[in-house]
Design a protein. Structure first.
Length: 351
């Protein structure tokens, strides 16, 4: 498993990052532990989670994924073998169960909330530090989670990013956080964060965790340049577009227990005619080169110079093995050209 440098740091992370959002919902604690064991044996040293996981987010499973990782650390005593990333939840009324005593139940990344959230994550994770602490999504009105067209709202009640970064600085200074990052961000948000770091002596972001896949190449428009010129690592989430690029949902198939079978109505951006049309062509292209749709999807993401790590998720060890193996696949130039042709004809099917 190759490793790549995380942002402008001296830390190397595996080009595959083990995602964990199914643990505590679709996967048991034992299955989560087995996935960690298998991934580390394959050379992975990077695990991503979030305080709001498992997904879909609900009060009954809030923090459960972090607890599963924490129990693995406690059992194995291998905390030092992992670069651990987690996230603090951003604004949301439907997340009032997280910190109901603050802001009338509205989740915000203000100073008090960030400090409290970090302390709670540390307890669940059974560790005294987090390697990469990320803001889960912007608090201002912006384009993320499937929204492509920007509509400005000057009166939105956003927590100023300087307040959030100042709170993160306190955690860095206290040794509880090593590095900070963003997630689901825009070009303006990344630029603003870098400017605040330069002008106010706040922590410099080392990464952004944004969606990037064959079905969503919007990161290439504006954001990829920040990765290359400013050393802001892209940690690509949803590289399989919630499993759609495996091809298992084609022809109206709904595999038992699969995420989109269970909760497809909550993720409509991956459940469209354009998405299925593009996926059918990508899976056919993969097959013509002896690859599965999943292998092609991961290998494509890792072929991009602005990607530091692809965050994979699996519900079975067989699925995990397939995705881990994709890290060793190098796509032929003529196949990459074919993928670009498909993207030219069906652009941004799942923004």
């Amino acid at each position: 498993m190759q490793r790549r440098t995380l942002g402008n740091t001296d830390i190397s992370v595996s080009e595959i990052c083990l995602g964990s959002m199914t643990w505590g919902e679709q996967n048991t604690e034992a299955e989560g532990h087995a996935q960690i064991d298998r991934a580390l044996a394959a050379g992975v040293n990077f695990i991503d989670t979030a305080e709001m996981y498992a997904v879909p987010a609900r009060a009954e499973t809030y923090g459960r994924t972090e607890e599963i990782i924490g129990s693995w650390f406690e059992k194995t005593k291998r905390r030092q073998d992992v670069i651990l990333a987690t996230k603090v939840a951003s604004v949301g009324r439907d997340l009032s169960y997280m910190r109901p005593h603050l802001h009338g139940g509205i989740t915000k990344p203000d100073r008090t909330s960030v400090i409290e959230a970090c302390e709670a994550s540390l307890r669940r994770l059974k560790t005294d530090y987090i390697d990469l602490y990320q803001l889960h999504w912007p608090t201002r009105h912006a384009n993320f989670f499937g929204h492509l067209r920007y509509r400005h709202k000057p009166d939105d009640d956003a927590t100023p990013l300087e307040e959030t970064l100042s709170a993160l600085k306190e955690l860095v200074d206290a040794g509880k956080v090593r590095m900070v990052g963003l997630s689901n961000e825009t070009a303006w948000g990344i630029s603003h964060a870098l400017k605040l770091a330069d002008n106010m002596g706040l922590p410099r972001i080392v990464s952004t965790q944004n969606p990037y896949s064959l079905l969503n190449r919007t990161y290439e428009v504006g954001l990829a340049e920040f990765s290359m010129r400013e050393g802001v690592s892209l940690l690509a989430h949803s590289p399989l577009a919630f499993g759609v690029l495996s091809g298992k949902y084609l022809n109206n198939n709904k595999p038992v227990g699969a995420r989109m079978t269970l909760w497809g109505d909550q993720f409509p951006r991956y459940w469209t005619g354009k998405a299925m049309e593009a996926t059918k062509r990508y899976v056919a292209a993969a097959s013509s080169y002896g690859l599965s749709g999943a292998e092609l999807a991961i290998a494509f993401v890792l072929s991009q110079p602005f990607v530091t790590s692809a965050i994979i998720g699996a519900t079975t060890l067989d699925q995990l093995d397939e995705l881990l193996g994709a890290a060793h696949i190098k796509l032929k130039p003529e196949l990459l050209k074919e993928l670009n042709r498909i993207d030219d004809e069906i652009t941004f099917p799942c923004p």
